[in-house]
Design a protein around this ligand. Sequence first.
Ligand SMILES: Cc1cc2nc3c(=O)[nH]c(=O)nc-3n(C[C@H](O)[C@H](O)[C@H](O)COP(=O)(O)O)c2cc1C
Length: 192
Amino acid sequence: MLDELLFKTRSYRTFDSTEISFEVLEKIVSATRLGGSARNSQTLRYTLVNSPSLCHKIFPHTAWAGAIPWSPTLEEGPKAYILISTLKDSPLSPITLGMDIGIASQNILLKATELGFGGCLIGSFNKMEVPQILDLDTEKYSPQILVALGKPTDKVILTEGTEGNLKYHRDLENNIHYVPKLPLKTLILKKF
Ligand SMILES: Cc1cc2nc3c(=O)[nH]c(=O)nc-3n(C[C@H](O)[C@H](O)[C@H](O)COP(=O)(O)O)c2cc1C
């Protein structure tokens, strides 16, 4: 069951018109409470967005699938966002804080998938404009990653990759995204 959920939890980049309620977004963010946190410091905070006008405002400040010359259209764009921010006075080092952010991000995507949605982590967003649009108190919080969400219309197919040949590609006509993943034998260095 977990394998199936992990398999389905891909980066989706085009969405239909289905909206996502705050009730659903809160369930999704609740999943972050169950993740580990270095020193149990819990210094991540979340801004939830499902207003169509705000989603439209944020969209031009996001960058998609940088490896290919393609982007979703505004209409295909996300129907909700979760901005993950960190407290500026977090006691964690940047790398450790990054681990907390990674764990929370993956829990968000997993829960979204379980609830019939999907999304994409957007590291490439405008760190000045988006916080401003969302009225984030940047004296207190640092914006870290934006999770784009919706009901996916694209299909993602995993293929076998090799080191140095991991570029994803997209069949634009059929809206299928192909993602190479390294085989286990490449990942495991040694077995003693
Ligand atoms: C930290 C992080 C930042 C990412 N930022 C972006 C981004 O800005 N735009 C985008 O389209 N995808 C982004 N992605 C998605 C990756 O491109 C995607 O995870 C990768 O191609 C593998 O596909 P998969 O998630 O379906 O396994 C990001 C992923 C991670 C983990």
